[in-house]
Each structure stands twice: as structure tokens, then as C-alpha cells.
Design a protein around this ligand. Structure first.
Ligand SMILES: NC(=O)c1ccc[n+]([C@@H]2O[C@H](COP(=O)([O-])OP(=O)(O)OC[C@H]3O[C@@H](n4cnc5c(N)ncnc54)[C@H](O)[C@@H]3O)[C@@H](O)[C@H]2O)c1
Length: 381
């Protein structure tokens, strides 16, 4: 079993998810490569204790990412920090020759993303991917195989989205994800958009134009210290894109939604594919349900399949058992390590987001901002 020694920079919500996945690597019996977290870095030293308590492999603890990147015992880093720091820390990691799992949006805006892409171009030995776990749900893996097999026929329409609801509460205190300075101008697109784009982009459904409607619904929030401050990020985004189906050459509409104020939707990621020969839909609201319609000229019937633990990377969990968020994170890390070690994926949709896919998302979100500003359809270029 090969070991890749990892440093974690940003030990908050997502840093801990990776650490937890690394701790249960034995769940993946077919993997011939594993992560070992040997170094951690966070400016908030209160977070270090949890890692010290649970990860005996950690040998370096620091609040300075440059110190971690200078550590020759670190082969690869996971960087999960606020968006305004992506460019500086990703580029420093790439220049230090560390393989990189970065978080979305992979740069706070398009210029930052372009500079990260340039750094990657200058260091071809560095393997870099962007985190996005939802395509690893078994139902999505099944839809991915249908796309690979051209089972949908001519695509009629695509809908994909990621919906949150807790921001409906105007008393929810503001945090960095609701501040333009740290989260960026994209608002909910920057935070949720890469999750929505991952499968469409991997399928080759590339937007040519976009008409976006963005809304800022809750315009001020408590700051958690007794004051009320402006909340200027876009809460919700609806993007209507014009896409050409790569297999038929025909155009179709694709609607992408990223919403922070979607009443009743706690953390709903969904995809709907309508085609002339088959249709499929999946939502994490019903995480084991895949809905499918196959059309051969007879009745048009939506059927339901209970997906069990049918994973891209084999798991010790019994095939009938349910799959959840932390399983998707584990599968995503399996994908990163498998591709780093073997240079290829077991199947098209069993991979993390590529840097090129992040660059396309930045072109789309930048065009969406322009579309909102000019109230017009904007070419994605
Ligand atoms: N893949 C997903 O499902 C998912 C979910 C949530 C967030 N994210 C992404 O993960 C990233 C981090 O988000 P989060 O929710 O974990 O945020 P978080 O606020 O929980 O954690 C970020 C951490 O970065 C630390 N930090 C800030 N400046 C630092 C510096 N200079 N050096 C080292 N550490 C520093 C903070 O102290 C904090 O602990 C973002 O890019 C976000 O978009 C991804």
C-alpha cells in the first residue's frame, strides 16, 4: 500500500471531513494508495486540538502555511480556506511542488483562477484537482454510466441545482461566506456553483450563452456582536444556459440554480436529465432514490430504483445499505488518490473536478454577473 503524506491547510468544516475520511480508509478494500495526514495548519489554534486528539500521524502543527509547505515530508496538500486566500495558498503550494486538492471555487474570481491555472501550467508535475463530492452518490454514478452509454438519446433539457434554506432566517449571523471581501462577487455561485456544474461539464454540456437572474434577498444580518451589518452577496442565482448536445449536435436549454434562500431545502443537490430515449433524476433529498424513464415507443413510465452502496470505489459497506454525505467525501478522496497514483479514472464520472473545469465555471459565473448587470444574454467565453 503506497502512502501519500498530506498537509491540511484550513482545519475548519471541510478540513475535518478529510481527516475523518483518512481515518476510515480501511473502508475501501480495493485501494492500493492511502492518505496519511502528517501536518496541519490553521490560523485558529483552537482547531488544532481536535486533530491532535484524533490523528496520531500528525507530526507538524503550525499557523503559517509557508512553514507547512516547506516541509519535505509533505507530498500533497488539501487547502480548505476562505475564497480570498485560494490564489495565494494554491499558487504557493504548486510552486512548492505539492500535489493539490483545492476547494471550490478555485480562486475568488476569474483573474485569480487564471493565475492559479498559469501556475499549474508552469508546474506540470503537480497533480491538482478541485473538491466536489456529490457525483459520487451511487445514483449519480449510474446516471454517469447512462451518459457514457449514450442512453439518453438526444438531450431535451438539463436541470441541476444546489439549494440551501438556512439563510431564510434573517437573524442568522453573517459569516465570511456572506461577505463579498472573503466569498467574492459570485455570491452563491462561488460557493455552490462548482457542485452544480461538475456533472454537466464532465458530460460535455458546455454553456455557449447564459441569461442569469441573481437576487440578494436578505440584505442585512446580525454580526454576532450586537450590531446589524449589510449582507451584499447574491443569495440566489438562476442561470439559463444554451448548450449544444455533443452527441446530436442539437441545442438544448440547461438551467442551473444555486440558492441560499430556498425554503425547506436543507442541503439539496439535484440533477435532472431529459432525453428522447431515456430520462433520469436524482436529488439528495431522497439519497438512495434514482428515478428513471426509458422510452421505446410504449408507455412513458417513471420508475424508482433504490440504490444501495453501489460505489465507484469498492467499499466494505454491504451493497443494500444507504449512502450518505461522508461516504461521498470518502469516495471523492479515493478518486483523488486513485487518479494521482494511476493517472486515470475507473470511469468518466468517478473523478474530482479538473482545473480546466474550474476555469470553465469561472467563465460561466463571470458571464452570469455580466448578464445580471446588463439584463441580457451573455456569451460564455
Ligand atoms: N466540498 C464541499 O462540500 C464544501 C463545503 C463547504 C465549504 N467548502 C469550501 O471549503 C473551503 C473552506 O470552507 P469551510 O466551510 O471549511 O470554512 P471554515 O470557515 O469552516 O474553515 C476555513 C478555515 O480556514 C482557516 N484559515 C483562514 N485563514 C487561514 C490561513 N491564512 N492559513 C490557514 N488557515 C486559515 C480558518 O481559521 C478556518 O478554520 C471554501 O473554499 C469553501 O467553499 C466546500
Amino acid at each position: 500500500m503506497k502512502t501519500i503524506r498530506f498537509g491540511v491547510i484550513g482545519c475548519g468544516l471541510m478540513g475535518r471531513e478529510f481527516a475523518s475520511a483518512a481515518m476510515r480508509w480501511g473502508h475501501l478494500p480495493a485501494m492500493d494508495v492511502r492518505p496519511e495526514i502528517v501536518a496541519i495548519c490553521d490560523t485558529n489554534q483552537d482547531l488544532h486540538a481536535w486533530y491532535r486528539a484524533h490523528l496520531s500521524s500528525v507530526r507538524q502543527v503550525t499557523d503559517d502555511y509557508r512553514v507547512l509547505l516547506a516541509n519535505e515530508q509533505v507530498d500533497s496538500v488539501y487547502v480548505a480556506v476562505p475564497h480570498h486566500l485560494h490564489e495565494a495558498i494554491y499558487c504557493a503550494a504548486i510552486r512548492a511542488g505539492k500535489h493539490l486538492m483545492g476547494e471550490k471555487p478555485f480562486g475568488i474570481d476569474r483573474p485569480a483562477n487564471e493565475r492559479i491555472m498559469q501556475c499549474l501550467g508552469e508546474h506540470p508535475g503537480v497533480f491538482a484537482r478541485c473538491s466536489s463530492e456529490f457525483p459520487f452518490y451511487p445514483a449519480l454514478q449510474r446516471i454517469g454510466r447512462m451518459i457514457d452509454d449514450a442512453a439518453f438519446g438526444q438531450v431535451i433539457e438539463i436541470e441541476a441545482g444546489f439549494l440551501h434554506s438556512s439563510d431564510l432566517d434573517p437573524n442568522k449571523p453573517i459569516n465570511w461566506k456572506r461577505m463579498v471581501e472573503f466569498n467574492g462577487d459570485y455570491g452563491s455561485m462561488g460557493d455552490l456553483g462548482m457542485h452544480v456544474c461538475h456533472v454537466p461539464f464532465r458530460a460535455g454540456w458546455t454553456p455557449r450563452t447564459v441569461r442569469a437572474i441573481l437576487s440578494n434577498i436578505v440584505r442585512q444580518r446580525p454580526d454576532g456582536q450586537g450590531a446589524v451589518v449589510p449582507c451584499e452577496t447574491w443569495d440566489n442565482a438562476t442561470l439559463l444556459c444554451d448548450v449544444v448536445d455533443p452527441s446530436s449536435g442539437e441545442p438544448f436549454p440547461m438551467t442551473l440554480k444555486t440558492q441560499r434562500v430556498a425554503p425547506g431545502e436543507k442541503d439539496t443537490w439535484y440533477l435532472k436529465v431529459l432525453g428522447t430515449k431515456a430520462c433520469a433524476r436524482f436529488s439528495t433529498k431522497n439519497p438512495k432514490r434514482l428515478e428513471r424513464l426509458e422510452y421505446d415507443g410504449g408507455e412513458q413510465i417513471w420508475g424508482q430504483i433504490d440504490m444501495g452502496h453501489e460505489t465507484a470505489y469498492p467499499s466494505i459497506t454491504g451493497g443494500i445499505f444507504e449512502f450518505g454525505f461522508s461516504d461521498a467525501i470518502l469516495q471523492m478522496w479515493a478518486a483523488f488518490l486513485h487518479e494521482l497514483e494511476h493517472g486515470q479514472l475507473p470511469s468518466t464520472f468517478a473523478g474530482c473536478v479538473t482545473p480546466e473545469e474550474t476555469a470553465l465555471s469561472h467563465r460561466l459565473f463571470t458571464a452570469a454577473l455580466q448578464s445580471q448587470e446588463t439584463a441580457s444574454v451573455v456569451r460564455v467565453e
